[in-house]
Design a protein around this ligand. Sequence first.
Ligand code: NAD
Length: 337
Amino acid sequence: MIRVGVNGYGTIGKRVADAVAAQPDMELVGVTKTSPNYGAEGAVRRGYDLYAAIDDRVDEFEAAGLGVAGTLADLLDAVDVVVDCCPSGVGERNRPTYEAHDVPAIYQGGEDADIADASFNARGSYEAARGAGSLRVVSCNTTGLSRLLAPLDETYGVEKARVTLVRRGGDPSETDRGPINDVVPDPTTVPSHHGPDVNEILPDVDVDTAALRAPVTAMHTHSVNVTLDEEPSTEAVRDLLGGESRVFLIPEGAGIDGAGALKDYAADVGRPRGDLWENCVWEESISVEGRDLYLFQNVHQEADVVPENVDAIRALATDASRAESVARTDESLGVGL
Ligand code: NAD
């Protein structure tokens, strides 16, 4: 059993904790919280051991009726791997602590690429990540693009990818985010940083990205144009993407016309928190004109990196191959719609 701790129990951390707890070869030792808020109560309700992220706050948890099993240092002493799910930049501050405890760490996409030995996406860089002492699971957008571009490049060769990312303004629980009445280029410079981040996973794929922020919370939307080396038929590309376990082809005729319906569908089929772990590609949007492929895909920013974190743990701590790890993760979570 791989003993895992999750440091930072927010949007990503609570989902990673649930996913780790669902793995037959992993044990979730505990999660940390900075304060005894509703998230801490939720962790206790799920039966997870709670650790105080900040040493002198143990009394605050006790006063709120939430007993803690110890502090972050105690958690680090009890685990084989720590998954850092703290806000962007906090992971960098935590790194010396993990190193002092000699615990391999997995960081998230909000950190700079150089925080870890390698950046990670199971589809794009599982084998390349072997032997690393630490990994960084790339962001939700980079995860979605890597899953799409890896099979296209392997099968047809990618001459150039151009992607416009319409990003959600904030997560549903982030009441202080925006915009609320505009669509803003973010950054205003083009290309955006997302393309170079894809190159941390797929170094040889030429990809330019431009990004905007929109007043929505459910999902990101990508408008994709890929110039391929070959001229496959539209049907062949549909079959290729349909064969990827972490790509969901939204069927024509399903009546799913946007993120709202996608999330409704996820809830209807019983997904925890209405999570969509897969890239969601509109099947009828897949269109090949000569060597140019066009499509729309949606990415559920709160969820798509979750199975990737599970595979990153195996890449770091076991000899499991990519195929073994992905199959195990997908089966235990129910990935694949
Ligand atoms: P979040 O704010 O929802 O959760 C972070 C949690 O860490 C909060 O509970 C916060 O209280 C806690 N925390 C803060 N300081 C801490 C500390 N010193 N020690 C322990 N816990 C601490 O953030 P998030 O959205 O889950 O993002 C976490 C990471 O995942 C970031 O790097 C982010 O860029 C990345 N990420 C986020 C998304 C997304 O859309 N939410 C998607 C992919 C990747």
